[in-house]
Design a protein around this ligand. Sequence first.
Ligand code: MIG
Length: 626
Amino acid sequence: MIKRYSYDPVIGTGATVREIEISVGEPLPFTLTDDGVFVYEMDGDTRVYGLGETVRGMNKRGWIYESFCSDEPFHTEDKRSLYGAHNFVLIDGEQRFGAFFDTPGRITFDIGYTDSSVMTVTPDDTQSPRLELYIITGDSLRDIVRQFRSLIGRSYTPPKWAFGYGQSRWGYVNQEDIIRCADSYRDAGIPIDMIYLDIDYMDSFKDFTVSPERFPDLKGLAAEMKRRGIRLIPIIDAAVKREEGFDVYDEGHERGYFCKDKDGGDFVVGVWPGMSVLPDFFDPEVRRWFGMKYKTLTDMGIEGFWNDMNEPALFYSEKGLDNAFKEIKDYEGKQLGALNFFGARDVFNRLANSDSDYGSFYHSSPEGRFIHRDVHNLYGSLMTRSAYEALKELRPDTEPMLFSRASYIGAHRYGGIWTGDNHSWWSHILLSMQQMPALNMCGFLFSGSDIGGFNGCCTRDLLIRWLSFAVFTPLMRNHAAAGTRSQEAFAFGDTEVFRHIITLRYRLLPYIYSEFVKAVESDDMYFRPLRFDYEDDEIAATVEDQLMVGDALMIAPVYTQNAVARHVYLPEKMIQYRMSGGEISTEELNKGWHYISVPLGDVVFFAKREITFADPVMNTSELAFN
Ligand code: MIG
């Protein structure tokens, strides 16, 4: 059952697809204070799930989270916001219910952080909250999620080939790099379906352009790669370079399609291309215009994209930078103490993604004019929607491959998301495992993390363990930042072990794909904490490092350095599957705790029933699966 409480919302967020009548006279499970804060008393055992892409455990209790889409390159435990704003919490205590706080602005969830027995939800605009609140009750945790998902609409399903393995690297700067990557995979006999193009394929980081020097024949390259069964997936950034003579800029500028400053001029920000402007995705006409620009690339045979920098990330604004240069002059020639020195350093450091910049530009939507800060969390979603709708219009018979960095609930209908700039840290395997089910609750089924870690340098053992988990994530992409050590599956000398693990992914695709589609069609979760399947099992409720995957599988990845075994809890009798050296063996195990040996290179997982494997292939085109 879904109840709706309406508090004068700022704007329709597009998150929901069903009209629910406003509840009158129905008591809220929260107390609403005079300051506009929603308060809920939690008993000792209450667990709180949800919130999608955030740091920390599956049970979110004990920390404070802030929904404000952020370009945050350090996913450490002390952070409150990452790239997504997913305002759905699932309370699992004496009372059980889901709560979706549908608001496009900042909102804070203090889940037993300030007071361990109290949860407070504080919208930006306290005094009088402005949002739609949905309270969902049901027979089980899974049922509550299903009902919530039916409210927000069916999740995006990518084309089948998008479930293959992909290699990415910020640092492939020309055609030769791409060909070398494809050749290396082929020579090592490692299956692959996609190679990603990062911003270096563009001409001066301009959206919808291709560098004539470094990628003189992208169309030819795409065709040659496709012949080999590999798709090229280019990146598109949110901001457009401000450069007269650049058609995308000229057109958008003339038609008034970019976000405006308070005086009505284009709001100018600094990102990769230098001074740039932001398409106003709140305007349907702009959405269609920008989306149709993807045609430049689809005309070259491109079938998939990743949308980046759409929080939107701002390195600085033109005005902010001017002011910073003025301010820094005051420090010049002075004897600086430590505090002054830090002050001077911060003049530039605090320019990025500043609250004052987010409060200095405007959107015009059919519902009116909005200051960006108040509707911030929708920007990335609307970019994804722009791309999705246009790509559907361009090729109505196929789903586009599309995923984004920033998102709000609702964007799950238009594309997937990846979890952004993680690190080559062991702890980030666990983080990714914990993010996946929370994302699934909020509708994002097609997701995954940068395998091997984005920032920092990866090691052979880390990549092996990370891949062994990512075999099960719908989006399976190895990606790394510029300047880091190579971390392709062929980069560590021996390739056998990598070939076996990635091949296992392809052998499991019939299961993975059909379970994914089943989850989409029944508004269900593909990844679930054990708690969701075994509600009467006290131990299952506390397991934070194992996951149910689809209907029949359970995984218990190794995520610590040097471990060669781990404890695994079996909530019922299961078949243990072990892939070792390319061979798959089975063993029946009883319910309860087991200490399972998992030497580096073995992939071990568990099943409630026998599953079937496909024969090994080099890419999805060789595989029949439904
Ligand atoms: O400021 O395009 O998260 O995946 O490689 C960094 C360069 C911009 C951030 C993305 C990352 C991508 C990188 N981008």
